[in-house]
Every structure is written in structure tokens, then in C-alpha cells.
Design a protein around this ligand. Structure first.
Ligand code: SF4
Length: 477
């Protein structure tokens, strides 16, 4: 078996297209440190076990991600300047005006591509992380793997010096430190706002001061990009970016949200992440392929729902992941299925009515891209919001998706996620009364620090508790 041909097949490439793309694929994977053995692992283990590659639409969605990842290493010849930003702001809406102002500027969130494809498909995320650790990003210092991946990509020269890294770290101060390291390393131009925005435990995340703070950070980031890239972002570029975000949301996100309410749900947690995230992660290769993939996927999902088919049998207890799920370790999803849990739901993206209405209000009332993005930030980010608001969102998500258990992923290298995770788990257990756990797992890479068997033991016990709790609840009803 030629593993590269197989990879292209599993990523939805048509035969002719695959033949033309194969040399670029091989060259790109080589530069990204993905060996032939890593590709073999992806095509024999990872992709078939962890994603619904039986669905053509899903294969094509994965193909869109693969193209973006390869492009990190093989830019098009006319791409002369680079502009990056940092998750979790809506990078798509924020970077798209820059792309429209000058299509030869390459925009992106390289760390997310490296984890969503490099770590998830090929399990090579640790290679970027270890490069960063060798150059000073020590454990417990600048600890999270996402930040280390970003730094590692520069050290390995996969990402060259960036002309404008408008990583306004209003949401993560460790990201600011990482960017300082990157700046010292290769002279990348970095824009850092003054401080992380703190919100009171029970504060209103949509409070005008909060929104104004984000708006100012976003505006300043674009000003820096204009200066460093020599471009002019015009009002029509920003309007078009907002329109694209709305189109992406209504054509990809909203329909899938509805499909996931059905029991059994037709997609698994890994599928969902890749199908949803293009509304947040900019796709430099464009969105035409993605829309095509979604049209096909949604036809397939409709058929599945009509026939009562899903990834697990109807009635399987549903548990949800806080912070979607650990996408660096996609094997967790099939492990949950084996243990009789449908762990395919993530609270950050499968939103309930309150958040949905708020999103609609923001779309409808948006006058510019900064206010719109600033409005969405407290909804999608765990950092720019308050714990009480997060709890209300979780509560609603649990009710609307009929969730029986809650997995609040702990993540020690990130003090924010770790702290929120434990507090929210306690709030949910005490106030809603469903079982919760806080497994400690790296959400960005799989380096084997969190052995699978340890996770299986934990999830086995949890599955047992969730099943008993669900049975007890049903008996009462
Ligand atoms: S995981 Fe934590 S430290 Fe890492 S980027 Fe996100 S918020 Fe920052």
C-alpha cells in the first residue's frame, strides 16, 4: 500500500486531484517532520478509528485541514508576507480582512494547524513541543503545548520570521511570553496588548467595559498589521469578513448543531471539531472546498438521522467535554464509545438557546468586525468570560443536549484551564447533580505522558457511575 495515496483517499481527494497534489503533499509532510511511518500510522490507525471516514463529506472536511497544514510548509509562490494571530479569538473574521486587503499575504493560526492535523492525524505534535523545550520553553514555565508548538515551529524554521504577529494576548498572558521568545528568536514583529482582561467570578462578560477592551485590542492589532505589512484594510474588507463568518456559521455550524440534538447523534467528537473549527481558524486555502464538503456531509447526516443511525446505539448515556475535548488525543473518543459512553459533545461549541440567541443578537446588531468579534469572544473563550456565565452556558448545554455526565478536562500546564475546570466541575456536580470528572490530559498533543490505560481505568469507573446515575434518573421519571 502506498500510504500517501491512502492518506489522500481518506482525506477525500478525487483520483486526478490526488495525483497532482501528491508531490506537494510529500514535500510538505517532509518539512513538517511527518515521516512515512507517521503517515502509515495515520492511515491504518488514527484516521479510520477516530473520524467518520465512512462519510464522504467528513473525508473532504479532513482534506481541507490537510491542505492548510501542508501550506504551512509550502506557501504559494506569490505569498510574500505572513500575518498570524492567536486562538481563541475568531481568527477567521479577524484575519480575513487582511487577506482581502492583499491576497498575497499569508494568514493563519499555525499552532492550531499543527495540533489539529500534525498532532491529531500523525501524532507528531510532540516533535514541535520538544524543539521548543530544547530552546527554553521549559515545563512549568511556559507550559502549554499550544504555546510550545508555536515556538517550536519557528525554531524548526517551519514557520519563518513573521511580519505581523498580532497575537493580542488579551486572553492568555502565557501566549504573550511565548511570543516574546519568538521575537527574540527570529525577530518576528509582535503586537502585545497591555494586560489580560480579568472578569469577576459573577461578572457580566458582555459588560461594555469588557467589550470596549476587546474592541480596542482588535483595532490596535489591525493598525499594527497595516503598518508592518504595508497594507490598507478598508471598511469593505471588514464587512466582507463579517459576511463570510455569517455564511460559515449558517451553512456549516448551525445545521450540524441541529443534527447533534438527535439521539443517536450522527457525528463523533473528533468529526465535530474539524467540521466546526473553520468558523474560528482562518483557512488560507479558501472556503469553497469546505462548503462543498459540508453540503455533501449534511446530505449524508440527514440520511443517517432519517434512518435512526448514529455513532453509538440510541439511548447510550451522553457525556460532554468541557473545552470541546482533548483533540491532541483523539483516541479518547473511540475509547469512550467502547465503554458505552457517547462522549461526542463539547460545551464550547454545541451551544444552547441562551447563547444561540445572544449570537444572533450580536450578528444582527454588528456594525463592525471588531464589535462583532469582541461580542463573540466571551462566548467562545474560557478566559474572557466569568465563571458564573460559563456555568449558565454549561447548564443550558446539559439540558438541551440531554447530557448525563460531564468531563471537565484538567490541564495542569495552563493555570486558567486547570482552575476553571475544577471549579466548574464542582459547581455542576453540586447544582445540577450529574457526575463529573476532571481527567488530567494534554489537550494539544499526545506524548504518552497520560497513558491510555490510566485513562481507560478512569473512564471505566466514570462510565459505570454515569450509567447508574442515568438509570436512577429514568426510574424516577
Ligand atoms: S491552554 Fe492556557 S496557556 Fe495555553 S494558550 Fe490556552 S489559555 Fe494560554
Amino acid at each position: 500500500m502506498d500510504v500517501y495515496d491512502e492518506l489522500l483517499k481518506l482525506c477525500g481527494f478525487e483520483p486526478g486531484e490526488a495525483k497532482d497534489y501528491k508531490p506537494t503533499l510529500k514535500e510538505g509532510l517532509g518539512k513538517l517532520l511527518v515521516t512515512e511511518d507517521d503517515v502509515r500510522f495515520a492511515v491504518t490507525e488514527r484516521l479510520p478509528k477516530c473520524w467518520s471516514v465512512n462519510l464522504e463529506g467528513m473525508r473532504r472536511v479532513l482534506g481541507c485541514w490537510l491542505r492548510e497544514y501542508i501550506r504551512l510548509a509550502i506557501p504559494t509562490p506569490d505569498e510574500t508576507r505572513i500575518c498570524h494571530t492567536f486562538f481563541p479569538q475568531l481568527g477567521m473574521a479577524y484575519l480575513h480582512p487582511i487577506k482581502l486587503a492583499d491576497p498575497t499575504v499569508r494568514v493563519g493560526l499555525p499552532d492550531f494547524l499543527a495540533t489539529f492535523v500534525g498532532a491529531a492525524f500523525f501524532n507528531v505534535g510532540w516533535k514541535y513541543v520538544e524543539a521548543a523545550e530544547r530552546e527554553g520553553a521549559a515545563i512549568e514555565q511556559i507550559g502549554c503545548s499550544l504555546n510550545k508548538i508555536r515556538y517550536g515551529l519557528h525554531i524548526l524554521k517551519i514557520v519563518p520570521r513573521v511580519d505581523a504577529s498580532i497575537c493580542f494576548h488579551s486572553l492568555c498572558d502565557d501566549a504573550a511570553l511565548t511570543d516574546q521568545l519568538i521575537h527574540e528568536w527570529d525577530g518576528t514583529n509582535v503586537y502585545t496588548p497591555y494586560r489580560v482582561r480579568d472578569i469577576a467570578f459573577d461578572g457580566d462578560p458582555f459588560d461594555e467595559t469588557n467589550i470596549e477592551y476587546f474592541v480596542a485590542s482588535l483595532e490596535e492589532g489591525h493598525r499594527k498589521a497595516e503598518e508592518w505589512l504595508g497594507i490598507k484594510i478598508k471598511p469593505e474588507h471588514k464587512t466582507k469578513a463579517m459576511e463570510l463568518l455569517v455564511e460559515l456559521s449558517t451553512r456549516t455550524y448551525v445545521p450540524i448543531l441541529e443534527f447533534m440534538k438527535v439521539d443517536p447523534a450522527p457525528l463523533n467528537g473528533n468529526d465535530l471539531l474539524h467540521a466546526f473549527f473553520p468558523i474560528a481558524v482562518p483557512f488560507d486555502t479558501g472556503y469553497d472546498e469546505l462548503f462543498k464538503a459540508h453540503d455533501i456531509l449534511q446530505e449524508e447526516l440527514k440520511e443517517m438521522v432519517d434512518q435512526g443511525k448514529g455513532v453509538v446505539p440510541k439511548g447510550t448515556p451522553r457525556v460532554t467535554w468541557r473545552i470541546t475535548h482533548p483533540w491532541g488525543c483523539p483516541w479518547i473518543i473511540p475509547m469512550c464509545h467502547e465503554l458505552g459512553l457517547s462522549a461526542d459533545f463539547g460545551e464550547a461549541f454545541l451551544i444552547g438557546g441562551m447563547q444561540f440567541n445572544k449570537a444572533a443578537e450580536i450578528w444582527e446588531g454588528a456594525t463592525d468586525v471588531y464589535r462583532m468579534t469582541a461580542g463573540f469572544l466571551p462566548m467562545v473563550s474560557v478566559l474572557g468570560t466569568s465563571l458564573e456565565y460559563m456555568f449558565r452556558c454549561d447548564e443550558e448545554h446539559i439540558q438541551e443536549y440531554k447530557i448525563d455526565g460531564f468531563i471537565s478536562t484538567g490541564y495542569r500546564p495552563c493555570r486558567t484551564l486547570e482552575g476553571h475546570s475544577l471549579i466548574l466541575a464542582r459547581m455542576i456536580e453540586e447544582r445540577i447533580g450529574i457526575p463529573c470528572i476532571t481527567p488530567d490530559v494534554d489537550i494539544y498533543i499526545d506524548r504518552g505522558d497520560f497513558p491510555k490505560e490510566r485513562m481507560r481505568t478512569l473512564l471505566e469507573t466514570f462510565a459505570d457511575i454515569v450509567k447508574r446515575s442515568k438509570a436512577k434518573k429514568e426510574k424516577k421519571e
